[in-house]
Design a protein around this ligand. Structure first.
Ligand code: NOJ
Length: 495
């Protein structure tokens, strides 16, 4: 190996290992070139991998996935309680009746966040704890748990970012109104949002309205894989989508009207992600157009206040009933856009067709993480926020979720060596760093998830945590990725 080096001039060698941009004066001189070279490479990488000062590093969870205590202190049942108890609905026949018992172990969990050095925590509020019937009289103990949690977070210097709806709809609203098939649910959501904002905005400065509209619409009401397990017609599904968007807009207005001055609010969307297959100006433009069209029922209508022509044409007679006033509400101005980023949905190429873009089919050989839906595509982390910022002139973005599941078996020494998760995170964070360095206005990143939890219809089979949870004993154990994240936060740079 060493002998091979002698065949290159210094300039040739520098260009091969990627140093030429540094200039010859920065090259090590004298003997030991091969040993000192990599050190320079490392220093340089770390200098270029930094994030802006004040970048918010956090972790995320959601109420139904971690809390447990489903019948404690007056909480009413949610559609997920009902669904998880339906035979065959959950892959491993589990329920989240106790989940990670975060309801009782939250102090320990805040210590785990602290030990990562995280400065923010994204969690969700369980609507059926606050209004067991969805509407009407609030449960007197409904917000007590969140008050305790907020005080604990504040004692540890961790800023709360609260999601108002992460899919645990009060079952009573499903029974009474048909849940999101009715616009009454959108109105009930606004009343609940107003109640929460009024009481918690002294400490919560950032509220997310609805988590991943697209998934709750499609899987909850289209395929039936998520609660409430409906399989609606296309027209029914389009109407649900409209009501969910309306619920978002009404909640934005409610938080504005009832939160303290300075309370910020926005969605937490899993936008359909469109990646230019090759980075050329034409493909980038095509990927932007695809982003706008393929998110027409969600971010596009929220940001533009209209359904695109293509969306309405394609829906035809199945287009949702809506009024101009609905569209005005749906597009109520937001303070930021939250983006859950996991996987590239489409690689896009420019095309000479009506839409101006074509979607490349995925080859069977495309890699996947443990969850088969999760195709790793780190550049998703760069392109989605960039498209969102450029398409709609968005000035503030949070990455509200990103992470992966893994097999996560403890080794003989008890450690979970989840180097696949570290590989995944390192690559996505490198792309996030590119985005911030180029000026995409991303203020923070919430890693999904703080700890293993109830992964919806996959039950406990998919573990997404930085901390391993023994679901029998509820014991939490740091995985190796927790050290990776701690190091990244401490450096404010990709470790
Ligand atoms: C997005 C969802 O918001 C969250 O609840 C889920 O656990 C993760 N994706 C992983 O699938």
């Amino acid at each position: 190996m060493k002998r091979a080096f002698t065949r290159f001039s210094r300039r040739q060698f520098a260009s091969i290992v990627g140093w030429s941009a540094l200039g010859a004066s920065m090259l090590p001189v004298g003997p030991g070139l091969a040993q000192s070279g990599p050190e320079i490479g490392l220093r340089d990488r770390s200098a270029r991998s930094g994030f802006p000062d004040g970048f918010v590093w956090g972790t995320a969870t959601s109420s139904y996935q971690v809390e447990g205590a489903v019948d404690k202190d007056g909480r009413g049942p949610s559609i997920w309680d009902r669904f998880a108890h339906t035979p065959g609905a959950i892959a491993d026949q589990s329920t989240a009746d106790t989940a990670t018992d975060h309801y009782h172990l939250y102090k320990e969990d805040v210590r785990l966040m602290k030990s990562l050095g995280a400065r923010a925590y994204r969690f969700s509020i369980a609507w059926p704890r606050v209004f067991p019937e969805g509407v009407g009289s609030p449960n007197p103990k409904g917000l007590d748990f969140y008050n305790r949690l907020l005080d604990e977070l504040s004692a540890h210097g961790i800023a709360p970012y609260a999601t108002l709806y992460h899919w645990d709809l009060p079952q009573a609203l499903q029974d009474r109104f048909g849940g999101w098939t009715s616009r009454d649910t959108a109105k009930a959501f606004a009343d609940y949002a107003a109640y929460v904002a009024e009481r918690l905005s002294d400490r919560v400065k950032h509220f997310f309205t609805i988590n991943e509209c697209a998934r709750l619409v499609q899987l909850g009401h289209g395929t039936g894989a998520d609660a409430p397990g409906l399989k609606l017609s296309q027209a029914g599904l389009n109407q649900v989508r409209h009501h969910v968007a309306l619920g978002h807009g009404l909640a934005v207005q409610a938080v504005r009207a009832h939160g303290r001055a300075g309370t910020r609010v926005g969605p937490a969307e899993n936008a359909v992600s469109c990646i230019p297959a090759i980075e050329t100006p034409a493909n980038v433009r095509a990927a932007e157009m695809a982003t706008r069209e393929l998110n027409a029922g969600y971010l596009t209508v929220m940001m533009e206040g209209k359904y695109t022509d293509a969306y309405l044409t394609q829906a035809g007679r199945d287009a949702p009933d809506h009024t101009a006033e609905d569209l005005r509400v749906i597009s109520s101005p937001v303070d930021f856009v939250g983006l859950n980023i996991y996987t590239p949905d489409h690689y896009v190429v420019a095309a000479d067709n009506e839409r101006g873009f074509a979607l490349a089919p995925f080859p069977a050989s495309f890699p996947r993480m443990k969850a088969t839906w999760l195709r790793p595509g780190p550049e998703t982390m760069y392109w989605v926020p960039r498209h969102v910022a450029r398409l709609w002139n968005v000035k503030s973005i949070y990455i509200t979720e990103n992470g992966t599941s893994g097999s996560d078996q403890p080794a003989a020494d008890g450690t979970v060596y989840d180097v696949d998760r570290i590989m995944f995170l390192r690559n996505y964070l490198t792309q996030l760093q590119r985005a911030t360095a180029e000026g995409v206005p991303i203020g923070g990143y919430f890693l999904w998830s703080l700890m293993d939890n109830f992964e919806w219809s996959d039950g406990f089979e998919q573990r997404f945590g930085l901390y391993h949870v023994d679901f029998e004993t509820k014991r939490r154990t740091a995985k190796l990725s927790a050290s990776f994240y701690r190091e990244t936060i401490a450096r404010n740079a990709v470790a």
